[in-house]
Design a protein. Structure first.
Lengths: 882, 108
């Protein structure tokens, strides 16, 4: 029979023992054990264990309830509060007696709880809370999908109209787009962010005017009155919250618009998080934007109640497929799909926040364990006191409450200070993450975060005091009164100490390893060559208006000449698109030696550049020639391509001299190949890019904004005042936007990496440090308790070296177990980090070794001092000591 | 302390204790309830219920001598008091009165 082999699961038995009323406890445990043995005769050990656990878990609530009832029945009113006050006062005196440990414990809790609260605030705002508008859970965003799986935010307008008519799952469809417009206010032009919306968009997002009104049917009419709604923030900023602005006109893009309303204070607007103004979307029938295949519209839909995202996805895909067939010339290869709006807004930030939460939870766990161990040490030291109390009639429960009061006091002080710290940490978090964190405006340390922190305080203080409580109430007066303070470290407290020791080693090893991965990724990323010279380069957008500057080319020529005269400026150029500068425009070109339209033709991003752009940017020609002064509107059409495009469109051939049809011009000759430049992301490969002389670029609609590139031998950040003077002198009506140095643009693109690395680095350093403190405390405590034993051994002839070795070896075993568990955890979670890494494999062996070494060294250092002290024990004193 | 009426679980427990007579203790009560009603009472619920029945004077506990087998242990036996017996009888009568005339087992 396998009878003897089945033993009650230790953890379950422990839980039962902890929650059961003291009078019932032995009977319950014995009953369970009996039935377990009975069951073992007929069932598998696993089934028996499952049964035991089920019994345990189902028993927790009734048993705790029973204890509460008996407790309140026996401790009524005043009596109870008196006891509590007494407990607290005593706990305070006790804490004051050991100020250093008290401060360490409180500091540990402050950091742990502060970090938990602020990270929870962020996670709550970004991931948990629904988007702040009615029916937001039923709102989806529509995406275009290319054949290669690439997702496009924009969809063609007629497709959306067809979808609105044909879909049976969509209740309302909204169309909008972000735009920029020039505000002329007090004679100073400024570029402001606008979102242009149709009536469906206003309906889906439930946008409401806090003052005045929203648009009506007339507002959307093509020749209706020019009307605009201001965002609350913009209204406060630009008009100082002046209510009389409603009904007045402001000048946007040179046209007068009437302000008809102010949005509510905290609305959710898309695709731009916090636009300055909302304008009605007006489309002239037959205009460029209403054509098939012209993809520009952002679309949101509210789905019918009870319809799942999958249903909508199928419905939308079916409509898109029909459009592909009906309008093959424009829609071939373009599908559509949907995503819940919240997922679309939050994007891949989720995995990062999950990592952050795990890291903070680990820190909090280590903190609680340390506090718990400290309380346990105190309780052990007071074993005699407890024994006396029990012997003269104090109930075990009363003694336990004493310990609990101590834990609560520490946790409360730590908690209050931690909550004070939380908003500061939250602000620091947000400032470290420049602009990119979605829903950042919704983040604040609110009620839910406070409740979360309160729960954390409760849980951590109860967790921390559990072992000490058991230790305190298991006093056996006979034994403990006889024992001296020294000898009585129970096996229980020693076991808890070892578990805490090992857990800290494991958790800190894992965190150090993860932080190492992220930091090394950042290092690898900083080594990436972008393909151009990022330092010494100032960039901004100039937006000349149609009225004042009918010929943009002439304006930019004048501007470039004037800017070039600023001292320290070595090169000025203007282009449509700069690396890390936002939207590009893509199109298909035809190789004329192959001929014909069709799927074989290559898609490329196109960029139009003025003379001097390569020198300004610091790019390299690797074959053929750069553009020259002759490549103007009168010259034969030419183009440059980058390496990636050369590889993609001309594999194994020499592209120089090949002719292509592109942008309305036939026989456009490729005259050179440019070295790849990274764009948008340092991590990803450079996209294929086609360059045209800006004077040869034909546009379907007048594109007037250009990026201005200024290469300088000075610090580019200091150049702006002089640039503004020049801009004013050339044409004061032209607004300047997106002013940034190129180095800054690169840094922003790596911001997510830096944020993660910094945060995890900080948290893991904290965890590592806490672990050292914890390990030191545990070993020192153990050595203290063993002073007498060590004294005896020394008296019997053991050398001090041997004593030292014994202590070191004892903790070495625990360290080793912790390291093994830590390595296993590291290897287990590493693959889930892959998307956050660059240039380093997730299960990097050298980093694992390094992290192990760091933690091991720390553990040995923390053990060494107590071990030394142990070896210096004077046997005479030790034996006499109490 | 006097609520006279019993909850369902209390009723089951008292009933089982009466049936078991001299052999009522934690595990046997649980087994009896499971055998008669098919209900698997969690051990914690049973002890919580026994505790409250004890508070109200319906049952008393007495610790037995260890059972005369190898490794046998002492048990905390449960005995019905006269108030307990009366409370059980009252509840059962109330149930009989409300059940009289009801046709059982015709739904489904």
């Amino acid at each position: 029979m396998t009878r003897a082999k089945v033993r009650p699961p230790r953890a379950a038995e422990w839980i039962i023992k902890s929650v059961a009323p003291p009078d019932d406890q032995p009977w319950i445990v014995a009953d369970l054990a009996d039935e377990l043995i009975e069951r073992a005769a007929s069932q598998s050990p696993a089934a028996c264990r499952r049964w035991y656990w089920a019994q345990t878990l189902r028993s927790i609530v009734p048993l705790i309830w029973r204890r509460l009832i008996t407790f309140t029945a026996s401790h009524r009113g005043e009596h109870m509060w008196n006891d509590l006050a007494q407990d607290l006062r005593f706990a305070m005196r006790l804490s004051a007696r050991t100020p250093l440990t008290t401060i360490v414990v409180i500091a540990t809790l402050v950091l742990g709880l502060g970090a938990t609260t602020s990270v929870f605030s962020v996670v709550d705002a970004v991931l948990i809370r629904p988007l702040p508008f009615a029916a937001s859970s039923r709102t989806v965003q529509l995406f275009g999908v290319l054949r290669d799986g690439r997702e496009l935010d924009e969809i063609a307008y007629p497709d959306l109209l067809d979808l609105r008519a044909a879909s049976h799952t969509i209740e309302a469809l909204g169309i909008g787009q972000r735009a920029q417009t020039t505000l002329d206010h007090n004679g100073e032009p400024s570029r402001i962010d606008a979102v242009q919306v149709d009536s469906g968009f206003v309906h889906v997002l439930d946008l409401r005017a806090g003052m005045g009104r929203m648009f009506d049917a007339e507002s959307y009419a093509v020749h209706g009155p020019n009307e605009v709604v201001l965002s609350h923030g913009f209204w406060m900023r630009e008009f100082g919250g002046d209510r009389s602005v409603i009904g007045k006109t402001i000048t946007l893009d040179g046209e007068h618009s009437t302000v008809i309303g102010i949005l509510e204070e905290r609305p959710f607007v898309y695709p731009q998080d916090s636009p300055d103004v909302i304008q009605p979307l007006r489309l002239e029938p037959g205009s460029f934007f209403t054509r098939r295949g012209v993809m520009w519209a952002n679309a949101l839909a509210r789905v019918r109640p009870g319809v799942t995202t999958d249903d909508v996805g199928r419905d939308v895909a079916a409509v898109a497929h029909r459009l592909e067939v009906d309008y093959a010339y424009a829609n071939k290869g373009i599908g559509m799909h949907v995503k819940p709006l919240r997922d679309a807004v939050v994007g891949d930030i989720g995995s990062m926040l999950a990592l952050l939460t795990a890291a903070v939870a680990a820190v909090l766990l280590i903190a609680s364990l340390n506090v718990g161990n400290l309380l346990l040490a105190r309780a052990t030291a007071r074993a005699r006191e407890f024994a006396v109390r029990v012997a003269i009639g104090g109930s075990p429960w009363r003694v336990r409450r004493q310990v609990l009061a101590e834990a609560f006091l520490l946790a409360a002080v730590g908690g209050v200070l931690g909550l004070g710290l939380a908003p500061l940490i939250t602000r620091a978090l947000l400032s470290l993450y420049p602009g990119d964190l979605p829903r950042a405006s919704e983040i604040h340390v609110g009620l839910r975060a406070l409740l979360g922190a309160l729960a954390a305080i409760l849980v951590s203080s109860v967790l921390a005091s559990l072992p000490a409580m058991r230790q305190a109430s298991s006093s056996r007066p006979g034994l403990d009164l006889r024992a001296t303070g020294g000898a009585g470290q129970s096996s229980q407290s020693r076991r808890f100490g070892r578990i805490v020791f090992g857990a800290q080693i494991a958790a800190s090893l894992t965190m150090v390893f993860v932080a190492g991965l992220l930091v090394r990724s950042l290092g690898e990323m900083n080594r990436i060559q972008p393909g151009f010279e990022a330092t010494g380069l100032l960039t901004f957008i100039a937006s000349p208006s149609r009225e004042r500057e009918p010929s943009p080319a002439a304006y930019y020529q004048r501007l470039s000449d004037a800017l070039a005269r600023i001292p320290g400026v070595t090169q000025v150029s203007t282009v449509f698109h700069i690396p890390f500068g936002g939207n590009t425009h893509g199109d298909v070109f035809v190789r004329e030696d192959r001929g014909g339209r069709g799927p074989a033709n290559t898609q490329a991003d196109a960029n139009a550049v003025a003379p001097g752009f390569l020198r300004a940017l610091g790019g390299r020609i690797i074959a053929g020639r750069a553009f020259t002064a002759g490549d103007d509107s009168a010259g034969p059409p030419v183009a440059l391509i980058n390496e990636t495009l050369a590889r993609k469109a001309f594999p194994g051939e020499d592209p120089i001299g090949k002719q292509i049809a592109f942008n309305g011009a036939k026989h456009r000759q490729i005259v050179g190949v440019i070295a790849d430049m990274k764009d948008g992301s340092l991590v990803e490969a450079a996209p294929g890019m086609l360059y045209l002389p800006i004077e040869q670029y034909r546009q379907d609609w007048a594109r007037r904004d250009r990026y201005v590139l200024i290469r300088t031998s000075r610090d580019p950040a200091t150049l702006m005042p002089e640039v503004r003077l020049v801009m004013h002198a050339v044409d004061a009506s032209v607004p300047v936007t997106d002013v940034r140095t190129m180095a800054d643009r690169l840094a922003t693109s790596a911001a997510a990496f830096r944020f993660r690395a910094l945060l995890l680095g900080g948290l893991s350093t904290l965890a590592w440090f806490l672990a050292i403190v914890g390990v030191y405390g545990i070993v020192a405590e153990t050595v203290n308790r063993q002073t007498r034993e060590i004294g005896i051994r020394l008296a019997l002839g053991m050398t001090s070296g041997e004593v030292q070795r014994t202590v070191l070896l004892a903790s070495f075993r625990t360290t080793l177990i912790g390291v093994v568990v830590g390595l296993a955890m590291s290897l287990a979670i590493a693959p889930s980090l892959r998307s956050m890494l660059y240039g380093v494999v997730a299960r990097d062996v050298s980093l694992l070794a390094l992290a192990t070494l760091a933690v091991f060294a720390a553990a040995v250092a923390a053990t060494f001092m107590p071990a030394r002290r142990a070896s210096q024990v004077d046997p005479i004193i030790a034996l006499r000591s109490d | 302390m006097g609520q006279r009426f019993l909850g369902e679980l209390e009723l089951f427990v008292l009933g089982a204790v009466q049936r078991l007579g001299d052999d009522a203790y934690g595990a046997s009560i649980r087994r009896e309830i499971a055998a008669r009603t098919g209900r698997d009472v969690a051990i914690g619920s049973l002890y919580a219920t026994l505790g409250s029945l004890h508070d109200r004077g319906f049952v008393v506990f007495e610790v037995s001598d260890p059972t005369p087998v190898q490794g046998g242990r002492a048990r905390r036996m449960v005995r019905l008091t006269s108030t307990g017996r009366a409370a059980l009888a009252d509840s059962l009568r109330a149930i009989q009165r409300i059940a009289r005339g009801l046709v059982l087992g015709t739904d489904r």
